[in-house]
Design a protein around this ligand. Structure first.
Ligand code: ADP
Ligand code: MG
Length: 632
């Protein structure tokens, strides 16, 4: 326990100091965001107190209702944001604003560390919003007292943001936190009632607690000399919980503003869904699809505090994205307000709560409905959405069996019918134009669009006019392992198994194999241990060779990635397919020099491996072989 009477100077933790350096030197546009971030912290503090007061109502005694006051002082050149929320003890101040409060700090540094000039609006996304105070202030004073503590247990924290802060004890007659910003020399524009009021309305209108500002004297200027009278306060924001209002009374702009502060995002949401369910169990959901992915979306992690907020009868209970949505919908932002859950619910209880399961089911349904609606009615927005979040959605194929078909319907893939990577198709498009007698949905996987589109295995499909989906995201292979069929049609890799040949083609293929028997034997002999088998390919028309995969074999590019990542991937020997009509194979057949024949055979295998994204076991030997043949 710290001795609360001492005054001390402490150093910020190294990473906080870095954040502060970045904040003061690089954040240049939208500086006004500091106000939203500090009000957001004040609002969080009020939420926390209201929640704690469920079990300990006495915490609310004293400072009356929960509210946030914003004021300014032209002479002192300060802006003050004061709340009557939970407050902080001395130890909490040190832990929360002197050291790393969240893993967001490191991510913030990674994301912005190299930027010379960054947009200040980014800061809230990383859970380091408090430090935005130093965008406009060169000194910040925090006076705080935790609810329930004695008046003399208050704390005064102060810093110029340059590496150190001071802590001293203070006697404060109210609980809660007051943040005083001593503005930098050129930030006087914020010392203006109109300006501040406009910012509150713009960024914090929806905050569910009253944000009060001093009533301005009728004629500014004349009446400006100070009186001892306490200022008269008026509420500057809407101060109602947006989701509790009827849909018909909420404008799009209000929905968008609410989204922005909820998700600490500065882009508009792509779409939202606002619903009230009445009945044996009543609850309200307001769910948003962002238009841009947050920084951490694909880093696997999910920031608990930026997903879904759970309220019970309008009291904020906790950030409960994990309890309310499966991981593959982690990009959804919003609010769930349940009427019938017990207020003293804990995270442990939530995880096994029947009612919550029902709400979770409803949230998933709403989100999928919303994405479907977007795909039907707003093709451009949908295209942008799926580009940003399609890969995350693919995780749902693995994670959410019950909705697999619905999710699959929403996905979009590049295809041999599209021109380029951007022109994607749905599985329904594909199935709708399947050829007579075509009994499978064909795809190829590779580690890039061009590698997929250039796969030699596609040649036979092109020749037959059969469309092939081109999969080139890392997640595709994993997803396809779980998406065995769609609309009753099996999904098949072009390199795997038998091709769909008609009787005449089969006869031709058998004939070709027979005719090529001596060639195949020769190649097998030359390649020896490097191959499992050598066959005549039905897949090739122009290329000399390709690899074939067995039914459950992992695509070579993926096996390579996993091995590089240190995983143990069982690897068999490849099956080489060749095209006997190709001049290279003709040449191999007629080659009398055994050494040259061996070079040719190895190059056939190695080019097939390269095209499939497999690693060459001996790149130097490959280069020597190639040069010998080129020179010869
Ligand atoms: P975040 O709000 O995302 O946690 P911030 O940098 O904005 O990140 O705030 C850091 C922490 O400081 C908060 O999580 C909270 O614990 C504490 N804090 C900031 N402002 C207040 C306040 N007005 N009242 C109580 N605690 C606060
Ligand atoms: Mg904050």
């Amino acid at each position: 326990m710290t001795d609360a009477t001492t005054t001390e100077t402490r150093k910020f933790e190294a990473e906080v100091a870095q954040v502060l350096h970045l904040v003061t030197h690089s954040l240049y546009s939208h500086k006004e965001i500091f106000l939203r971030e500090l009000i957001s912290n004040a609002s969080d503090a009020c939420d926390k107190l209201r929640f704690e007061a469920i079990a300990k109502p006495e915490l609310l005694s004293g400072a009356g209702e929960l509210h946030i006051d914003v004021s300014w002082d032209k002479d002192a050149r300060t802006i003050t944001i004061a709340d009557t929320g939970i407050g902080m003890s001395r130890d909490e101040v040190v832990a929360n604003i002197g050291s790393i409060a969240s893993s967001g700090t490191r991510r913030f540094l990674e994301a912005l560390g190299s930027e010379q000039k960054a947009d200040a609006r980014l800061i809230g996304q990383f859970g380091v919003g408090f430090y935005s105070a130093f965008v406009v202030a060169d000194r910040v004073t925090v006076l705080t007292r935790r609810a329930g503590d004695a008046p003399d247990a208050g704390v005064k924290w102060e810093s110029d943001g340059r590496g150190e802060y001071t802590l001293e004890s203070a006697t404060l007659d109210q609980r809660g936190t007051t943040v005083v910003l001593h503005l930098k020399a050129d930030e006087d524009e914020f010392l203006d009632g109109w300006k501040l009021r406009a910012l509150v309305r713009k960024y914090s209108d929806h905050v569910a607690f009253p944000i009060r500002m001093p009533k301005e004297a009728a004629a500014a200027g004349e009446d400006e000399e100070k009186t001892d009278e306490a200022p008269q306060w008026e509420t500057a924001n809407d101060a109602s919980a947006l989701w509790t209002r009827p849909k018909s009374e909420i404008t799009d702009e209000e929905y968008q503003n609410f989204y922005k502060s909820l998700g600490h995002d500065f882009n508009d949401a792509a779409a939202w869904s606002h619903n009230r369910v009445e009945g044996s169990q009543s609850f309200t959901t307001l769910l948003y699809l962002p238009s841009q992915p947050p920084f951490d979306l694909m880093m696997g992690g999910r920031d608990e505090r930026k997903g879904l907020k759970l309220y019970i009868k309008r009291v904020f209970i906790m950030d409960a994205a994990e309890e309310l949505l499966p991981n593959y919908l982690r990009f959804v932002r919003g609010v769930v307000d349940a009427d019938d859950l017990p207020l003293n619910v804990s995270r442990e209880i939530l995880q096994h709560n029947r009612q919550l399961e029902r709400i979770r089911g409803a949230c998933v349904k709403r989100v999928l409905d919303l994405v479907e609606k977007l795909s039907r009615d707003e093709p451009d927005t949908f295209a942008a959405f799926i580009k940003a979040f399609g890969n995350t959605l693919k995780e749902g194929i693995v994670e959410d069996h019950a909705n697999r078909e619905r999710i699959a319907k929403l996905l979009r893939f590049a295809s041999t019918r599209g021109e380029g990577e951007a022109q994607t198709v749905s599985l329904d498009d594909y199935v709708g134009r399947m050829a007579e007698g075509q009994d499978a949905i064909w795809y190829v996987t590779a580690d890039g669009y061009r590698a997929a589109a250039g796969s030699p295995q596609l040649e036979a499909f092109r020749a037959r006019g059969i469309e092939v989906l081109l999969m080139s995201d890392r997640i595709d292979e994993w997803m396809l392992g779980h998406l065995r069929e769609y609309a009753g049609k099996p999904l098949r890799h072009v390199a795997k198994g038998e091709l769909p040949l008609d009787e005449a083609e089969k006869a031709k293929q058998a004939e070709a194999s027979q005719a090529a028997a001596p060639l195949l034997e020769r190649i097998k002999g030359l390649l020896g241990e490097r191959v499992e088998d050598v066959r005549v390919s039905a897949r090739l028309t122009d290329s000399p060779a390709c690899l074939a995969l067995s039914e459950y074999e992992m695509a070579p590019h993926l096996a390579r990635l996993l091995r590089e990542a240190g995983q143990d991937v069982p690897g068999g020997k490849p099956v080489l397919e060749v095209n006997p009509r190709h001049p290279l194979l003709q040449r191999l057949l007629g080659e009398h020099d055994d050494a040259r024949a061996a070079d040719l055979a190895h190059l056939l295998l190695e080019q097939a491996e390269l095209a499939a994204g497999a690693p060459l076991p001996d790149p130097a030997a490959f280069v020597q072989r190639m040069n010998r043949l080129l020179a010869g």
